[in-house]
Design a protein around this ligand. Structure first.
Ligand SMILES: Cc1ncc(COP(=O)(O)O)c(C=O)c1O
Length: 370
């Protein structure tokens, strides 16, 4: 069994994906060009945002967006520690002070109340990560940033296709980024990423940065990056984008199969808490155990039964040597990081697979308490 079965998805769209790759090869247009332009317009339209710039990966998307927002060693940036390292790494690389904020104990997303406490006159940016596919509190975080007259960035690497009310992930913050890493909700067949904004000046700055700092007249205005999405990856994404809404719906179905199966075990397991007005892209299906000894025990039992599972962000970013100088007391983050387990999850899982995985988890629980 695969943790995320990308082959099953490929086989479903094989004819169209093979056709799109083959057409790209025949055109011999490998860098930028029609597929990339089409994808950028379609992505912007899909999320409901004016501008989209594709780049080489989600880490570059963050890095470039942060430079465009003027992040440097003279400021501090508030972000969660419960995230993939890229969110913190790019800020560290820019020399800014990192202020790690704690997370909500139900959603794993950054806690706006803690963000307010960390703000000071030197804060230039708040980053909310839409973790495991559920958007962070976009409206509340943007409001906090607006009041402080600073910027808000949504790291939507895990949440493309997710919604909060009528708002799509990657459309609302001053600037948003995503990743097209293969296992993400919208993944390509290599590395890829994108930046979204409604602000033309920020868009132009990001574009300049991502293209070696070179303007349309071939003049190098600033030092920049070589950060482009390959045309072949854009061709793959142009096919996959047609199916994202259907896949998001299928993800809701798989999540509700899991929820049903665990419904008799709410004393031991907390299933993902998706807020009323939210639709998660379920990049991961992450359960919490009330007993901190359970994740490792269950993981081992699942492994022996041929079921892969992963514990994410243990330890969280602020506990790694590269980031420990940014001292932080993050009670919820530290507690949750030793309590979770992510189970196999993708849109094309069958009820039988969910049944097998969940009954194996429940069996492990029984063995643990014996
Ligand atoms: C929250 C988050 N931010 C950023 C990234 C970086 O994306 P990429 O791997 O495309 O650089 C990831 C990828 O795992 C992520 O999960």
């Amino acid at each position: 069994m695969q943790f995320i079965d990308l082959n099953k998805q490929y086989l479903r769209y094989k004819e169209r994906i093979d056709g799109a790759i083959s057409a790209s090869l025949s055109s011999s247009s490998f860098i930028l060009g029609k597929e990339v332009n089409t994808l950028e317009s379609r992505l912007a339209e899909y999320v409901g945002c004016k501008y989209c710039l594709t780049v080489a990966n989600g880490t570059d998307a963050l890095h470039i967006a942060e430079i465009a927002m003027g992040i440097d060693s003279n400021c501090n940036v508030i972000l969660p520690s419960y995230t993939w390292v890229s969110t913190a790494e790019t800020i560290e690389m820019l020399g800014a002070e990192i202020r790690f904020a704690d997370i909500d104990k139900e959603t794993f997303n950054i806690d706006p109340e803690h963000v307010k406490k960390l703000l000071d006159a030197n804060t230039k940016l708040i980053i909310g990560v839409s973790i495991f596919g559920q958007t962070c509190e976009l409206e509340e975080l943007q409001k906090i940033a607006d009041q402080a007259q600073i910027n808000f960035l949504e790291d939507g690497a895990q949440s493309f296709g997710a919604m909060i009310g009528n708002i799509k992930s990657c459309s609302y913050a001053d600037i948003s980024t995503t990743s097209f890493f293969p296992s993400k909700p919208l993944g390509c067949y290599g590395d890829g990423g994108a930046i979204f904004t409604n602000n033309v000046e920020i868009y132009n700055k990001c574009k300049l940065l991502a293209r070696h700092g070179q303007d349309d007249n071939k003049v190098f205005q600033i030092a920049g990056f070589n950060s482009r999405l390959d045309a072949i990856q854009a061709a793959v994404l142009n096919v996959k984008l047609d199916y994202i809404d259907e896949e998001i719906q299928l993800r809701q179905d798989v999540a509700s199969f899991y929820k049903d199966k665990f419904s008799a075990h709410t004393d031991e397991i907390i299933v993902p808490h998706i807020k009323n007005n939210m639709i998660s892209a379920y990049a991961q299906y992450t359960i919490q155990f009330l007993d901190s000894g359970l994740p490792e025990f269950v993981k081992k039992y699942l492994h022996e039964s041929g079921i892969p599972s992963v514990t994410y962000y243990t330890p969280p970013v602020h506990m790694h040597p590269a980031y420990s100088k940014h001292s932080s007391t993050l009670n919820v983050t530290e507690k949750l990081s030793s309590r979770t387990l992510s189970l196999p999850f993708h849109p094309f899982m069958t009820q039988e697979e969910v049944e097998f995985i969940s009954s194996s988890v429940i069996k492990a629980l029984e063995l643990f308490t014996e």
